[in-house]
Ligand binder design. Structure first.
Ligand code: NAP
Length: 255
């Protein structure tokens, strides 16, 4: 019997086969969880539906996380179909391409607001909507990056957003703890995905990790999915409010 037999997982952030969220969905499904998916724009609908069907899931809902009505509609469908929820995966972030190069100094008010809305506020909004549906021992998780703690060239406004996201994880862990629901973040090393390709000089970041990380390699989506499975499962019932690094050890290194 799988670790997640009988569990229901709602997954935000599958754009394609390379998405971290898709690797997580596959790992959860392999251990017996049923998964439901959302997509941000019509453009992604077919692709996400195809991926969902490949694991027998027929719940695929439109949800731009900046739109309250879409977020509400998503959870109301989940309530109708499933009545409850065990796992929420938040694997969503966005900043304008022109603000992922150059200097943080040049970030516009609008670009700052957009990055914070999509990448940080959405975790709060989704957790609030999920709260009445989450069963005891439920698990919520999000994806973050080292650029929240250290200066990574070009990461700029997204580094500020990820710092906010990590703080939100701690506050939400405190809010959700009394009902037995855990909130954690995985700080993933760089992985070649659609979102990562928007970061200027991303190839350099990958190269640096391979040279400097204790494991002397980059990580894969599957490395992240393994830890996501741990966080979703009863193996981690005592873990909440944590930022867990899955980066081949890169973050521990000095200059
Ligand atoms: P990805 O496949 O491009 O996934 C990002 C997802 O966010 C996409 O599905 C994207 O949809 C979605 N999204 C953007 N704006 C949205 C909105 N308004 N409403 C709903 N969804 C929206 O890239 P990924 O690398 O797997 O990213 C997943 C998470 O991992 C992000 O939080 C990212 O910051 C984090 N992370 C990534 C890395 C890395 O190196 N790849 C490292 C550490 C952390 P669209 O394609 O339609 O915009």
């Amino acid at each position: 019997m799988g670790l997640l037999e009988g569990k229901k997982a709602l997954i935000f952030g599958v754009a394609n086969e390379r998405s971290i969220a898709w690797a997580i969905a596959k790992a959860l499904h392999t251990e017996g969880a049923q998964c439901a998916f959302t997509y941000a724009t019509e453009r992604l609908k077919e692709r996400v539906e195809r991926l969902a069907h490949s694991q027998g899931s027929d719940i695929v809902l439109p949800c731009d996380v900046t739109k309250d009505e879409e977020v509400e509609a998503t959870f109301s469908t989940i309530k109708e179909r499933w009545q409850s929820l065990d796992i929420l995966i938040h694997s969503v972030a966005f900043a304008k391409k022109e603000e992922l190069k150059g200097k943080l100094l040049d970030t516009t008010r609008e670009g700052f607001g957009l990055a914070m809305d999509v990448s940080v506020y959405s975790l709060i909004a989704l957790t609030r909507q999920a709260s009445p549906l989450m069963r005891e021992d439920g698990s919520i998780m999000t994806l973050t990056y080292l650029g929240s703690q250290k200066v990574v060239p070009n990461y700029n406004v997204m580094g500020v957003a990820k710092a906010g996201l990590e703080a939100a994880v701690r506050y939400l862990a405190e809010d959700m703890g009394p009902q037995g629901v855990r909130v954690n973040a995985i700080s993933a090393g760089p992985v070649k995905t659609l979102a990562a390709m928007g970061i200027s000089g991303f190839g350099e970041i990958l190269k640096r990790v391979e040279e400097k990380a204790p494991l002397r390699r980059n990580i894969s989506q599957e490395d992240v999915a393994g830890v996501a499975l741990f966080l979703a499962s009863p193996l981690s019932t005592g873990v909440t409010g944590e930022i867990i690094y899955v980066d081949a050890g890169y973050n521990i290194m000095g200059p």
